[in-house]
Ligand binder design. Structure first.
Ligand code: CMP
Length: 235
């Protein structure tokens, strides 16, 4: 890549930053200051960006791709806390309190990430209360989603959790409300287990029951979910 090309790419990324909703509240000069010193990290599908308990404290912004924040146990079981896409940020918890990473972050697909230094970002937060408010509202949104997950794990059976997950996936993938079924991407039972806080065995059993009761159909690369099942099982 030529120096000219690199410069253009960097300028494009700076432009991308200026249009991010959580940075839009800043004055152009402060955004320029903030983005003048970032690094680019390429993460291939399945790469670990950082592990839980790592001591790093930088903030990551997704330029392209998707990553997930997960808790992993010693047996290799995973609980997915959140999925982040283009324009989202992560790593804000260690950035704010300086403590080790609360979760691992893993690339779901090939991803391009901008890494912003903690000091630069904190400087911007101290200088402009609006960015602190944007950050707080993102944190509150994440807390609400976590509350929903805790509620699911505590109060719903695995079949209900799966239906709720399909519902959320359809909302994120923009595929909701077609005919009497909606369509979501097919995930492995291991992946479904990681996203519902259930064991793989419990997911396989619940999927069989949902199929048997015509609430879902497993297609090629997708799962069709009955809107009726949705009404009966999701409050
Ligand atoms: P940090 O603790 O620095 O590194 C792991 C990141 O995962 C964390 O910052 C957040 O960006 C993200 N994360 C951790 N827990 C949650 C959660 N419950 N909901 C959404 N994102 C989370």
């Amino acid at each position: 890549m030529t120096l000219e090309q690199q410069k253009t790419d960097r300028e494009l990324i700076e432009e991308f930053f200026r249009n991010l909703s959580f940075l839009k509240v800043l004055s152009p000069s402060r955004v320029n200051q903030l983005v003048k010193d970032f690094n680019i990290l390429k993460a291939g599908k399945g790469d670990v960006v950082f592990y839980q308990s790592d001591p790093s404290t930088d903030l990551y912004i997704i330029i392209n791709g998707t990553v997930r924040a997960s808790l992993l146990n010693d047996e290799g079981q995973e609980l997915v806390l959140a999925t982040f896409r283009r324009g989202d940020f992560f790593g804000e918890m260690s950035l704010l309190d300086g403590r080790p990473r609360s979760a691992a972050v893993i690339a779901v697909e090939d991803s391009l990430l901008a890494v912003l230094k903690r000091e630069e970002f904190l400087h911007a937060v101290k200088g402009d209360p609006m960015i602190a408010i944007e950050l707080l509202s993102a944190l509150v949104q994440r807390l609400r989603m976590t509350d929903e997950m805790v509620e699911s794990i505590a109060f719903l059976d695995v079949g209900q959790r799966l239906l709720r997950l399909f519902h959320q996936m359809a909302e994120a993938e923009g595929e909701k409300g077609r005919d009497e079924f909606f369509r979501v991407k097919k995930l492995t039972h291991k992946e479904l287990a990681a996203r519902t806080g259930a064991s793989r065995e419990a997911v396989s059993k619940a999927m069989k029951v949902l199929c048997f009761r015509d609430m879902i159909k497993e297609g090629d690369g997708c799962i069709l979910v009955s809107l009726d099942a949705d009404r009966r099982f999701i409050k």
